[in-house]
Design a protein around this ligand. Structure first.
Ligand code: G3H
Ligand code: 13P
Ligand code: ZN
Length: 311
């Protein structure tokens, strides 16, 4: 098989009331851990690369690593551009073999967002590449830019119908209470999703797959492991798994996870060094990190996305 676009997997997820996990990848061990988990659970998979990932590893390296992983397994895998900022970046990725792109026009004024998104869709669809757009604004850290909570805003359900119709996007990222990074809720704040807004959006655009960014649950055991092994991560809080499960049973068909993978990798490496201070072969700690990533992804596929055995 070769890399697939996200059209069919998102359609099936919509009909089947589950979501596909979209995992941010930055290097070989992360790709291997994620892919091994999805393969063992026969789950469709989206691997996504942010601007930071492409800068860190290089686009060609990432693409070849994903292709190598795909060649060795039997599940459908899509390679997705996460948070494409411009038409040119999306076009480059489409031309170089990405099967799905996100055009993130969420910081633009509504009509400008429509115009840019429609332009990307019309180019992408010529090559059977699927496109994710975004309406609404998430807080948190995204590609090193921090968007404060007071500058974020929920998606307006009254804007989605025209956006979907005029852009012809294949999926839509929305803001319903998630945010990027490990510090999603202030002390005392109730970690909840606005499922009422999601329901309204779904009613306006029935059949359109909805995407949740900033959807890590910031797994407390991983944070504790990091802190027990010399780290200092305070007041980190994520989206409760039950809330994500409910969203996945509604119109949410793609759930983005990056922070939980970072925590998994860091927790396992910190633990390895704490108990093996004399070791210095990178294969030792990177193998542990890969195993931890695999465990976390298996857990998410089974308990959050609900996409096990849907390949
Ligand atoms: O949406 C943000 C992702 O977590 C990517 O972050 O650009 O640091 O890789 P990054
Ligand atoms: P988290 O920071 O919650 O993992 O979100 C990642 C994301 O949305 C990537 O686009
Ligand atoms: Zn995101």
């Amino acid at each position: 098989m070769s890399l697939v676009n996200t059209k069919k997997m998102l359609e099936m997820a919509y009909k089947g009331n589950y979501a596909i996990g979209a995992f941010n990848v930055n290097n070989m061990e992360i790709i291997q851990g994620v892919v091994q988990a999805a393969e063992e659970l026969s789950s469709p998979l989206i691997l996504q690369a942010s601007m930071g990932a492409r800068k860190y590893a290089g686009e060609t390296y990432l693409k070849k690593l994903v292709e190598a992983a795909e060649a060795q397994c039997s599940i459908p895998i899509a390679l997705h551009l996460d948070h494409g900022e411009s038409f040119e970046i999306c076009k480059n990725c489409i031309d170089s073999g990405f099967t799905s792109v996100m055009i993130d026009g969420s910081s633009l004024e509504y009509e400008k967002n429509i115009e840019l998104t429609a332009k990307v869709v019309s180019y992408a669809h010529k090559y059977s590449v699927t496109v994710e757009g975004e309406l609404g604004s998430l807080s948190g850290v995204e590609d090193n830019v921090k968007i404060p909570q007071e500058k974020s805003f929920y998606t307006d359900p009254n804007q989605v119908q025209k956006f979907a119709k005029q852009t012809k996007v294949d999926s839509l990222a929305v803001a319903i209470g998630t945010s990027h990074g490990a510090y999603k809720f202030k002390h005392g704040q109730n970690p909840r999703l606005r499922l009422d807004i999601l329901k309204e959006i779904q009613a306006k655009v029935p059949g359109l797959p909805i995407v949740l960014h900033g959807a890590s649950s910031v797994i407390p055991e991983l944070v504790d492991q990091i802190n027990d092994c010399g780290g200092k991560i305070e007041n980190a809080k994520g989206i409760p798994e039950e809330e994500l499960r409910k969203a996945a049973q509604m119109a949410v068909c793609k759930i983005n996870v990056d922070s939980d993978l970072r925590l998994a990798m860091t927790a396992s490496i910190r633990k390895y060094f704490k108990f093996n201070p004399e070791k210095f072969d990178p294969r030792g700690y990177l193998a542990e990190a890969r195993k931890q990533i695999k465990n976390i992804v298996k857990h998410k596929i089974q308990n959050v996305m609900g996409c096990a055995f849907k390949a």
